[in-house]
Write a protein that binds this ligand. Structure first.
Ligand SMILES: [Zn+2]
Length: 444
């Protein structure tokens, strides 16, 4: 890696561009301006667009209607750093150790978007690019991308392209080229059960007045049957089955049961009967309880009969489920199973669609060729992700093109955690992949 490029990367990492915390608004702005300046120095037509939140940066090569157009998406904002005491060095003073750069955002997403930028930079140094390139770099990915969808909708003509490329996913193992071709979707709801109007003395009233915490526990257990299947009526109606080739390919990946037990520290795995652990994570929907609240939570004993109990739930969705459909079915289920001894209140939260692309689609094939060029003796791993990046499905929906995801995060890159890091060699891989992808994308 060129020292000038590396120094620039360290500078990019020095901005505390934490988008969710208003105290860092100035830093996010400065970081966006730095990205703008970087694009301008490359000779691109670059612009910083103010939004109701943090700015969006766009840049493009002079459009040539005879060439295909690639849209590269990324984000320059980062997650908060807490717990700060677990960091080995200051999160916004990047340190290099053992071939890695440690800093908040090193992988997610500054290292990965910087690989795209450097790849385009190197290609430009060799002459005009074989395709038109547009960059779309937002500053709100870590706080929900609230202003991105309206921006993309309003700028469809400017963002018109043949495919979207992004690196915000991972590699299955070091030096293993990985393409993610699917993501789960998401929807959220909060359930509250109200019993007596105030917390009661459990001796004076317990036994006659029903305890909302107990009702909630019972209600939540109705969501699954004893085989780990979701018992909500119609929940699986729209679920696209996992293909036989996927089952076979996934069974050969290094992400097996042993590895999952090692990574998570769980004593044993569990889940929906009839599916392997990776199939449950990548190809099957779930309902999770993310938080439970009721009664006395302090030290010691308090003989209370709580007046209410609540649970935060999220569902991970797979193609072709939609958040609207699932929220409706789960709400209906809860209403049906809730006894009249409590009042049920359901608050619906945000959602995002799942995403799946055909691994045989032409731009995925182009990506595989580019990866082969960099890793001649490695097969590209095709993975789906259990996580959700709602913006991917939105880009696909609005721009009506395939989104190609080639990620460089490693399982130990600590994204969103203390001591986030990115191997310098992955920055180099990102650079080279991007340079090659432009060529392969331009070919018929
Ligand atoms: Zn992130």
């Amino acid at each position: 890696m060129d020292d000038i490029d590396l120094q620039e990367f360290l500078k990019f990492l020095s901005f505390a561009s934490i988008s969710t915390d208003p105290a860092y608004r100035g830093e996010v702005q400065k970081c966006g301006e730095w990205v703008l300046e970087k694009f301008t120095k490359l000779g691109l037509e670059a612009k910083l667009h103010a939004t109701a939140g943090h700015p969006i940066v766009t840049a493009r090569t002079p459009p040539d209607p005879k060439k295909r157009t690639l849209l590269i998406y990324g984000h320059y904002d980062v997650q908060p750093v807490d717990p700060l005491n677990l960091w080995e060095g200051p999160p916004f003073e990047p340190q290099q150790k053992g071939g890695k750069v440690f800093a908040r955002g090193a992988t997610d997403n500054k290292g990965q978007i910087f690989g795209h930028i450097l790849g385009v930079q190197k290609a430009l140094q060799q002459g005009p690019l074989p395709v038109n390139v547009i960059f779309l770099v937002e500053g709100e990915e870590e706080c929900g991308s609230g202003n991105l969808t309206p921006f993309v909708e309003a700028n469809q003509e400017f963002l018109k392209c043949d495919c979207v490329l992004l690196s915000d996913t991972g590699m299955i193992a070091p030096r293993t080229p990985t393409i993610s071709y699917g993501l789960r979707g998401l929807c959220a709801l909060e359930v509250t059960l109200r019993g007596p109007t105030k917390d009661l003395h459990s001796g004076e009233f317990g036994g006659a007045v029903v305890n909302p915490a107990l009702v909630l526990a019972r209600l939540l257990t109705t969501l699954h049957d004893s085989h780990g299947k979701i018992a909500v009526e119609g929940f699986y109606d729209q679920v696209a089955p996992i293909q036989p080739w996927e089952k076979e390919a996934w069974s050969k990946l290094p992400l097996n049961e042993k590895e999952l037990l090692h990574t998570t520290g769980a004593p044993q795995l569990g889940g929906e009967a009839g599916f392997e652990p990776l199939e449950r994570i990548w190809g099957r929907p779930t309902i999770e309880i993310n938080g439970l609240t009721s009664g006395y939570q302090g030290r010691g004993t308090k003989t209370v009969l709580p007046s209410k109990a609540s649970a935060k739930l999220t569902c991970r969705l797979v193609p072709n489920q939609t958040p609207q459909e699932i929220l409706q079915k789960v709400s209906d289920h809860l209403r049906k199973h809730c006894p009249p001894t409590v009042e049920l209140q359901i608050e619906l939260g945000d959602g995002g669609l799942p995403y799946l692309i055909d691994p045989q689609s032409p731009y995925i094939v182009a990506a595989v060729k580019a990866l082969k060029h960099i890793f001649p003796d490695r097969e590209t791993a095709f993975t789906r992700s259990g996580g959700s990046i709602p913006v991917i499905a939105e880009l696909k929906r609005i721009l009506n093109v395939d989104v190609v995801m080639v990620g460089w995060a490693l399982p130990d890159s600590n994204i969103h955690s203390p001591n986030e890091n990115f191997p310098v060699e992955n920055l180099e891989y990102g650079l080279r992949f991007n340079r090659e992808f432009l060529k392969f994308m331009s070919q018929p």
